[in-house]
Design a protein around this ligand. Structure first.
Ligand code: CO8
Length: 269
């Protein structure tokens, strides 16, 4: 697909003069539905999933950044679109189940959260692998004020990120928290001045995209496995994954480069 209605898509490479780089690029997806604070209507989410999957298949891209625009990362699912839906319809359609496709991406996704990340917006940010907050970010799960509950991980990923008491407080009161609080409770990995947020996220993305792509994917898979496995299963999974990386050229290159005191030249193989 060449164009999208509700998002902007850009590929960036560390050396701007070299736009045809074979690897090491960062794919940037900007949620862009200014009239509705980037509310996640079905069409926007279709765009987003398509763009994420396209970057996942693009060998020149090593890391993906999702960010917002204007006052919002995303102010939630689109309330006007869902307000009149009936149970049988949302159940039969399994409404919003496809959002989880984002989490099937093999490359890391950084959420660069500026402004409001509410309801489904907060849940989308939590589906990403690293969440960095702009100083103006506000996070919340306000669904309780609409007579519903979070439906895309707000009661599940949030408790894993911040623990029970804080998760309960957020979903039961619907109150928003600041970027600083989000970092203090472990929801965000760091807070960056809003004006510098995207550049910093992309810089982090370049750093990740520069590593060996197989090992990067393995890291993501192993960390995510921790949420689904017992400790002994997880440690076994990790060790087997570690063993498997000895079948890659990047392992030979990375270790040789260290011993030869030079920068590794990874090829993602
Ligand atoms: N859906 C649709 N439109 C929205 C949404 C939304 N979530 N949020 C904002 N808008 C629209 C407003 O209606 C307004 O439109 P208009 O100009 O046509 O009146 C425009 O965006 C600007 O918004 P405001 O005028 O309200 O801007 P303010 O700066 O005054 O306020 C707020 C900003 C505080 C963010 C406010 O807009 C707000 O409270 N928005 C709703 C937040 C919310 O409740 N989000 C949760 C939605 S429910 C949800 O996400 C469930 C997810 C479930 C996912 C998976 C389920 C399986």
């Amino acid at each position: 697909r060449e164009s999208y209605n509700h998002i902007l898509v850009e590929r960036r490479f560390p050396d701007e003069s070299n736009n045809n780089s074979a690897r090491g690029g960062v794919g940037i997806i900007t949620l862009h539905r200014p009239k509705a604070l980037n509310a996640l209507c079905d069409a926007l989410f279709d765009d987003l999933i398509h763009a994420v999957q396209a970057f996942d298949e693009d060998d020149s891209i090593g890391c993906i950044v999702i960010t917002g625009s204007g006052k919002a990362f995303a102010a939630g699912a689109d309330i006007s679109e869902m307000s009149t839906r009936e149970f049988a319809h949302v159940y039969k359609k399994n409404m919003f189940a496809q959002w989880a496709d984002i989490t099937q991406t093999s490359k890391p996704i950084i959420a660069a959260v500026n402004g409001f990340a509410l309801g489904g917006g907060c849940e989308l940010a939590m589906m990403c692998d690293i969440l960095i907050a702009g100083s103006n970010a506000q996070f919340g799960q306000p669904e309780i004020n609409l007579g519903v509950i979070p439906g895309a991980g707000g009661t599940q990923r949030l408790i894993r990120a911040v623990g029970k008491s804080k998760a309960m407080e957020m979903v039961l009161t619907g109150n928003r928290i600041t970027a600083q609080e989000a970092m203090e409770i472990g929801l965000a990995s760091k807070v960056i001045n809003s004006d510098l947020l995207l550049d910093e996220a992309v810089k982090m993305g370049f750093g990740i995209a520069d590593k060996g792509g197989v090992a990067v994917r393995a890291c993501k898979e192993a960390v995510n496995a921790a949420e689904e496995m017992t400790l002994s299963q997880g440690l076994m999974f990790e060790r087997r994954m570690f063993h498997a990386l000895f079948a890659t050229k990047d392992q030979k290159e990375g270790m040789s480069a260290f011993l030869e005191k030079r920068k590794p030249n990874f090829t993602d193989e």
